[in-house]
Design a protein around this ligand. Structure first.
Ligand code: AMP
Length: 221
């Protein structure tokens, strides 16, 4: 399935658009690692590392963590061996300066024939608010949704049996702030990918399967 050129896929979309789920599905299909900056940060918080302690409050408020911290974690991750054929990004870039830093970084590691696309999983604010209210997570990293992907047993993780909880940044007041930040910051990023002819837009307000079918078709995998 994977050719010898690099493939880099950048998933864009509001919180709750399902871009993380889609990134994971495309990862399984292509064998490219899906890298979520939110997950990298939550791992740091969970591990009570120096970075984790520094970002804990910022992440729980839904504010953006500094580029230097995000890029330290992310660029280290993409330099690992499993990402040598390419990778899938979820949650980065989130603002113009990150977009610029990413392009600077990619310049050093990509060739003209490599396959690079941004995929916008488009979902309106109303739908985002209703979806995020139902999201549940486990400390082991597994994620669920009360309506779309419920655990087998109510409130309990299928994988490890722990009690599920609401992510601190999925509380209603925090969701509204996260959406405000998203709209302000995403516009120039979309503009960049649109102009370069590398933006794939999919209607994210449909079933996970249908959204995935569209993405796979567009990518010709
Ligand atoms: P996510 O899992 O992508 O929704 O990210 C969870 C939280 O991690 C966000 O609300 C931010 O606080 C932080 N975060 C994740 N990615 C980034 C990023 N690219 N830049 C800044 N902060 C980020």
């Amino acid at each position: 399935m994977l050719n010898k050129n690099k493939t880099i896929l950048i998933f864009l979309g509001p919180p709750g658009s399902g871009k993380g789920t889609q990134a994971e599905m495309v990862s399984k299909r292509t064998k490219l690692p899906a890298i979520s900056t939110g997950k990298l940060l939550r791992q740091e918080v969970k591990g009570k590392t120096k970075i984790g302690k520094e970002v804990e409050k910022i992440v729980s408020r839904g504010d953006l963590v500094s580029n230097s911290i995000i890029e330290k974690l992310l660029f280290k991750r993409i330099s690992k061996r499993d990402a040598s054929g390419g990778f899938i990004l979820d949650g980065y870039p989130r603002k113009k300066s990150q977009q610029d830093n990413l392009m600077k970084k990619l310049k050093n590691i990509i060739k003209e024939e490599d396959k690079i696309f941004a995929i916008l999983v488009d979902v309106g604010d109303r739908e985002v608010k209703s979806r995020l209210g139902g999201r549940r997570m486990c400390a082991c990293g597994a994620t669920y949704h009360l309506k779309f992907s419920p655990p087998k047993k109510k409130g309990v993780c299928d994988l490890c049996g722990s009690k599920l909880r609401v992510r601190a940044d999925d509380k209603p007041s925090v969701i509204a702030d996260r959406l405000k930040i998203y709209h302000k910051e995403i516009a120039p990023i979309l503009d960049y990918w649109e102009r370069s002819g590398r933006l794939i837009r999919v209607d994210g307000e449909r079933s996970i399967k249908k959204v995935n079918r569209d993405i796979v078709k567009s990518l010709k995998y």
